[in-house]
Design a protein around this ligand. Sequence first.
Ligand SMILES: [Cu+2]
Length: 132
Amino acid sequence: MNALALAAIVISNAWSRPAIGTGVVYLRIANRGAVSDRLDAARTPVARTVEVHRSIDGHASMDGMRMSGVMSMERVPAVTIPAHGSVTFAPGGYHLMAIGLRHDLHPNERFTLQLHFAAAGWKTVPVEVRPI
Ligand SMILES: [Cu+2]
């Protein structure tokens, strides 16, 4: 880890929904640095584990079988954040799954999420639980 890499990653607009058991977190990760970085792990005190997932269109993923409208998701080991670029985690795309919630997520509550980047190390952000 070096100071320049640390300063390059900026996380914003982290939010979630009220949830029991499993929560979903969305956010935006910007990389203001000149080299790409990789989100490769996440954790939060409110859940047993956090996984990086991507929602996929069943139609596109089933190799010829038509399943339009069926959404599923897959775990991804890492997400590359390009240099001078950003990746938005949003419904229908990348998201973080907080699995094994230690308590229910209530509207307007905030909790802490930590994201690990290969170059920038651990970054901590507040997550806002938005009402549905
Ligand atoms: Cu998921």
